[in-house]
Ligand binder design. Structure first.
Ligand SMILES: CCCCCCCC/C=C\C/C=C/C(=O)SCCNC(=O)CCNC(=O)[C@H](O)C(C)(C)COP(=O)(O)OP(=O)(O)OC[C@H]1O[C@@H](n2cnc3c(N)ncnc32)[C@H](O)[C@@H]1OP(=O)(O)O
Length: 296
């Protein structure tokens, strides 16, 4: 069975976001708040506020593995079909690491069919998030490199915790790879062409103060206020009539989305042939070994 079908089958019986399987939130939720779990994603929905908080819990670093991408996609699909939810806040279940980005083990030592399946899942999650009709906020409560940064850039606004360890950026070139065109476009749409060119070529990871200055995040707040600020900003976005906000969002993002839709298959093939190169495999293996050595 394909991975998406397997995860769907796993999630459907026990983790519906509506109905009896959702209990009241243990804490922090308003009256009627509901909680749903999948393996790697926790959803806390507050129907009265029209908001769901989607929490990543894929230890140790919330990397975007194929399973994580798939579960997150399915959770988002369910929320999009839930009429009580108009806005979603993305955050990490435990502070420290928002997401370490794409899971490097999915891009190392595998076969071309696996690389293609993985990249398709990355594309699908980006398309789902970037075109979402929901208002999306990122409550960035941890470090946020590469694919983690991309996730946050798909949102309508970003709130970052004021901790100098929590850097954010598309640092791919530092690994010896590079951000594909639609990562680049997503960043250009947020901080502009020149700032993106500098950030991407140098593979910059911005501190909170730098990220705020360049416009990569909208607000930097004390660590214990990240989620509450994201929720309070969400209420501003939800004060706008949905149809007007959604039409505007579509208008702003359509050209970028269309570029990927038009070149989707070629983008997969390009990724597979790039990542399969011996030289790139070597570079990724060295990077992974360096990360692992730290701990042994
Ligand atoms: C023609 C062209 C076509 C297109 C071509 C496109 C090519 C480009 C393709 C893809 C773009 C890539 C996007 C990405 O997202 S790549 C990932 C980038 N991420 C990073 O650089 C972050 C790496 N991680 C870290 O810096 C740190 O782990 C940390 C700061 C996030 C957390 O630090 P710490 O708490 O100290 O944890 P550890 O470093 O000790 O890590 C724990 C454990 O986790 C493993 N790990 C970390 N990050 C990843 C990861 N991204 N994927 C997989 N595994 C990861 C790490 O190795 C440790 O493992 P252990 O020792 O075995 O426990």
């Amino acid at each position: 069975m394909a991975l998406v079908a397997r995860v769907r089958a796993l999630l459907l019986p026990g983790s519906r976001l509506r109905g009896a399987t959702l209990g009241r939130a243990a804490n922090g939720g308003g009256a009627g708040a509901r909680r749903a779990l999948s393996h790697r994603v926790l959803v806390e929905a507050d129907p009265a506020a029209g908001v769901a908080v989607v929490k990543f819990r894929n230890p140790p670093v919330n990397s975007l593995s194929l399973e994580m991408l798939t579960e997150l996609g399915i959770c988002l699909e369910k929320l999009e079909n839930d009429k009580t939810v108009r806005g979603i806040v993305l955050t990490a279940d435990r502070p420290g690491i928002f997401s370490a980005g794409l899971d490097l083990t999915e891009m190392c030592g595998r076969n071309p069919a696996h690389y293609a399946e993985f990249w398709k899942a990355v594309q699908e999650l980006w398309l789902r998030l970037y075109q979402s009709n929901m208002a999306l906020g990122a409550a960035i409560n941890g470090t946020c490199p590469a694919g983690g940064c991309l996730l946050s850039l798909t949102c309508d606004y970003r709130i970052l915790a004021d901790n100098p360890k929590y850097t954010i950026g598309l640092n791919e070139t530092q690994l010896g790879i590079f951000a594909p065109f639609w990562f680049k476009d997503t960043m250009v749409n947020t901080i502009g062409h020149r700032a993106t060119e500098r950030a991407l070529q140098l593979g910059l990871l911005f501190t909170p103060a730098e990220a705020l200055q360049v416009g990569l995040v909208d607000q930097v707040v004390p660590e214990d206020q990240v989620q509450s600020t994201a929720l309070s900003v969400m209420s501003q976005w939800l004060a706008i009539p949905d149809h007007a906000r959604q039409l505007t969002k579509t208008m702003m993002r359509k050209a970028t989305v269309d570029q990927l839709l038009k070149h989707r298959e070629a983008d997969i093939q390009n990724f597979v042939s790039f990542i399969s190169r011996d030289s790139i495999q070597k570079v990724l293996q060295v990077y992974l070994q360096k990360l692992r050595k730290k701990n042994h």
